[in-house]
Design a protein around this ligand. Structure first.
Ligand SMILES: C[S@@+](CC[C@H](N)C(=O)[O-])C[C@H]1O[C@@H](n2cnc3c(N)ncnc32)[C@H](O)[C@@H]1O
Length: 276
């Protein structure tokens, strides 16, 4: 069947691969494997460069578990990122695509930054889902894992749509159908993945750490965050900044999202009509 909505980080593989080479990355940690689409690319890179790959996911798909078991380059850690990360070391690059909410992503970046400092390695992180719908709205795979005081009120059956900060009624809009929950409101402080990146950068600036950030506005958004003082920073900047906030990509992304949302709306309307 046609994939109506491409959504994997694999779509960015050329950009990621070029950046890994430019930064001479050896040891990679991936957060969020799901089917292992991106993991397979990362494993091939680790194999070719004599590096390592740690993949953190508390609930990946069985196809990933079977593949990981038969792939010696990959070490799977079946824990949520914030529990798994502190025990890692010497990581050159983080590929972050786990739970798409402010609390998780801000703390993933905080821990990655602390480990980079401890191990004397410049920070490099690829972050998925920095654009709509999770750029400014929390999504929770497992709301109970987020401390209540850091969690926005949420819904598991109401969907979101463009140009609306609230959610649509149950059974309407872009929704998780039991797989994830949305924060009821888009925007405001401590809400969404991009807000987490911005706050982490602001905190770094205040502490005298210079971070650079490029934002590729396609397929839910890819962020590339890196230490601007790294020996490879210029090479990485030359690769990623031509994509930064590219207007054509942003227009294409808006167009595909509107088309997808229209399909969902038609399906929901038809379901309502048939059940009336
Ligand atoms: C969008 S999928 C990842 C897709 C994959 N990176 C790709 O490019 O195809 C998100 C995955 O993150 C995992 N996940 C959810 N919360 C997590 C957490 N706190 N730490 C690590 N992984 C998490 C989910 O189990 C799910 O498999």
């Amino acid at each position: 069947m046609t994939n109506l909505l491409i959504h994997s980080m694999t779509e960015f593989w050329d950009i990621i691969l070029g950046t890994l080479h430019a930064a001479e990355v050896r040891n990679i940690a991936e957060i969020g494997a799901e089917f292992g689409g991106t993991t397979q690319h990362l494993a091939a890179y680790a194999r070719a460069t004599g590096g390592s790959l740690t993949s953190i996911d508390p609930a990946p798909k069985q196809v990933f578990l079977d593949w990981a078991q038969a792939t010696p380059e990959v070490r799977h850690v079946p824990l949520p990122s914030l529990e798994a990360m502190p025990s890692l070391g010497d990581i050159d690059a983080w590929v972050i695509d786990g739970d798409h909410n402010y609390y998780t992503v801000f703390n993933e970046l905080r821990i990655a930054g602390e480990l980079a400092q401890r191990d004397g390695r410049p920070l490099l992180a690829f972050l998925h889902d920095v654009s709509w719908p999770t750029g400014r709205r929390d999504m929770y795979y497992a709301p109970e894992r987020i401390p209540a005081e850091h969690r926005h009120p949420y819904s598991t059956d109401r969907g979101c749509t463009l140009d609306r900060a609230d959610l649509l009624p149950p059974g309407h809009g872009f929704r998780g159908d039991g797989h994830f929950a949305w924060a009821l409101h888009e925007g405001g402080p401590r809400n969404g993945v991009l807000t987490a990146v911005e706050d982490f950068m602001a905190q770094g600036r205040a502490a005298g750490t210079k971070l650079a950030y490029a934002h590729v506005p396609a397929v839910f958004g890819l962020g590339i965050l890196f230490d601007a003082g790294a020996p490879w920073a210029e090479a990485v900047a030359n690769l990623v900044f031509p994509w930064h906030d590219n207007a054509l990509l942003a227009t294409l992304e808006q167009n595909r999202l509107r088309n997808y949302l229209a399909v969902i709306e038609w399906q929901d309307r038809e379901r309502d009509r048939l059940s009336a």
